[in-house]
Design a protein around this ligand. Sequence first.
Ligand code: FAD
Length: 290
Amino acid sequence: NAQSWEVQKSKSLTTSFEVFPPNDKVGLEQVYNCLDVLSLEKPDYISVTYGAGGNTKGRTVEIADRIKRQNGVEALAHLTCIGAKREEIDRVLENLEKNNIENILALRGDYPIDRELEQGDFNYARELIEHIHEKKGNKFSIGAAYYVEGHKETNDLLDLFYLKEKVNAGVDFLISQIFLDNEFFYSFRDKLEKLQINIPLVAGIMPVTNAKQIKKITELSGCTIPKKFLKILEKYEDNPSALREAGLAYAIEQVVDLVASDINGIHLYTMNRPETAKKIIDATGIIRHE
Ligand code: FAD
């Protein structure tokens, strides 16, 4: 079921960016500016997250549409299913189809910490993937998430078992949660090979350029902070600009190492700011401009 971005299917190196839908007008201008700058880099695609509840959800399709039409770049729309009814998901699918958006990152979503979720029709990403195939056949190219250090709710072995189930439901490629130590990725890739999971593996890379960010990342994902990185954080704790430069250099080194080890794709989390992502592209040369 190859779609328009065959690039990911062919397993050659892809480069992509991720933005999130903001919840106010200023934020919207910021994300549009980010898209205008980053699309000049000619990435393989740009993805838009799906808000964990609340009013930013509807914006995902709107922004994905803009990426495709205004910026001329392939769009990947994230879609989460936790707490959602089938009808709600079907409405989003219709809307994506209407706007010619052919790529979905199918996710479960996180349980909100501040409120109870309504009873939805889905428990896991796998069920959403099955539902999309059931409703729409192979109309969409579907990606899913993976966790090189295991998902926080499940032990490593079970998580691998469920990942295999998820992929078997019809997934074309996988994008990882942020990791700061490439060794986790390499040993995870070996395990997937043994499990005969042979679809492209994209690395989700977040350049960490301030101390607040790292706290949030570890809280959200439980990603291990390598000793080498801790030393940087301690050294430059009181020097934001030096920390920014050191964080950028760290991300560049991480990307270069992954590319040298034949990673299928680099997906940069931009936090709606194009500068750092652009610097990584420039420094690593991962997008070749003719
Ligand atoms: P699943 O694959 O469903 O797995 C969730 C947990 O359930 C795992 O621990 C798994 O092992 C376990 N599990 C799976 N199947 C079963 C089963 N049958 N029985 C028991 N346990 C099972 N969140 C958002 O809200 N919006 C976004 O846009 C967004 N984008 C993301 C992009 C990427 C690249 C990544 C890595 C994450 C993103 N997230 C997003 C966060 C994601 O929603 C959370 O990490 C969530 O906790 C898990 O989602 P999943 O799709 O991996 O879930």
